[in-house]
Design a binder for this molecule. Structure first.
Ligand SMILES: Nc1nc2c(ncn2[C@@H]2O[C@H](COP(=O)(O)OP(=O)(O)OP(=O)(O)O)[C@@H](O)[C@H]2O)c(=O)[nH]1
Ligand SMILES: [Mg+2]
Length: 313
């Protein structure tokens, strides 16, 4: 496939076109993924999430600059499922990321919010696989950590940074909403403001309440606008990668993710086949009507549909 060849040769325009096809789930996108997937699996995928406006994009830009100084190539994937137009925020990010824009070692691919067929997390995983396959060393995914969709997105990362800011009661709420358990590393950004140490103590106290952890997430303070503390974050990101490799978790996670993904896709494929084979037979409508009229329970109805297509031996 020509587009794949060109993307592999470092053609950024081709890569952009390829990623759009993958994102849209077109036949060409599928084919590209089939060709490229065996080349993926080398990049360190870093998820950056946290409360809105906490400085995630600023931090990601700084991390990218630091990684470039270390001669590592970087891809950045801002995901914005909350705003259907993904206008303002990303535009702002783009401007802030300008310093990186002219660098051939940095590629930025934003994920538009849309009715993705396979779900945002799945589509993002496909996009990440392609960015990985064409040779990026580190891929950073930025999401606003508010909804389940976003938590699902960061679950596809190897290392997850949760970015919080001092002086917001919201942060504690956010942690209760599931951010606490996805964090491999806490970053208290805007440490130039009052209350960073208090927040660090609160996080530590909250972690102490939970189940004992093999590796309690470090808590680091940064001022992303000046770059203060960013080197330490980079060091911890690397340390976490080494931990994943040495504890064999990297292999285990890859297996778990593969299992989840394959089963999910098999489910989708089965469902598609079910509706195709039932199409026109009227069986589905019959069952739906019976359940709606309370003549039949939904379990039995579903069982009948499956039985009609895949009779049990
Ligand atoms: N004082 C201070 N301001 C910061 C710091 N880091 C970022 N900011 C500012 O905070 C604002 C939001 O920064 P962003 O990087 O866009 O934050 P974000 O988390 O990506 O925002 P969303 O993607 O919209 O959720 C910007 O005006 C930044 O300049 C910091 O360490 N200290
Ligand atoms: Mg942002």
């Amino acid at each position: 496939m020509e587009l794949v060849e060109r993307a592999l040769a470092g053609d950024r325009r081709a890569l952009g076109q390829l990623l759009r096809r993958v994102e849209d789930g077109t036949a060409e996108g599928r084919e590209a993924l089939r060709l490229l997937y065996p080349r993926s699996g080398r990049a360190h995928v870093v998820g950056v999430t946290g409360t809105p406006g906490s400085g995630k994009s600023t931090l990601v830009s700084q991390l990218a600059l630091g990684l470039r100084q270390r001669q590592r190539t970087v891809a950045i994937v801002p995901v914005d499922p909350s705003s259907p137009l993904s206008g303002g925020a990303l535009l702002g990010d783009r401007i802030r990321m300008q310093e990186l824009a002219g660098d051939p070692g940095v590629f930025i691919k934003s994920m538009a919010a849309r009715e993705a067929l396979g779900g945002l997390a799945e589509t993002t995983a496909d996009v990440v696989a392609v960015l990985d396959a064409v040779g990026h060393d580190v891929i950073m995914i930025e999401t606003v950590g508010v909804g389940q969709a976003e938590v699902d997105v960061v679950r596809t990362a190897h290392t997850t940074l949760v970015v919080l800011v001092p002086g917001l009661g919201d942060d504690i709420q956010a942690m209760k909403a599931g951010l606490l358990e996805v964090a491999d590393l806490f970053v208290i950004n805007k440490a130039d403001r009052e209350g960073a140490d208090t927040l660090a103590r609160q996080i530590r106290a909250m972690l102490a309440l939970g189940a004992p952890m093999d590796r309690p997430p470090p808590i680091l303070l940064t001022v992303a606008t000046t770059g203060q503390g960013v080197e330490a974050v980079l060091a911890e990101i690397d340390a976490h990668w080494r931990y994943l490799v040495e504890s064999s978790q990297l292999v285990r996670r890859a297996q778990e993710q593969a299992r989840r993904r394959v089963l999910e896709l098999a489910r989708t494929a089965l469902l598609a086949r079910l509706s195709r084979q039932l199409g026109g037979s009227g069986l589905l409508e019959e069952q739906v009507a019976a359940v709606a009229a309370r003549q039949l329970d939904p379990y039995t109805a579903a069982e009948r549909l499956v039985e009609a297509v895949l009779p049990s031996p």
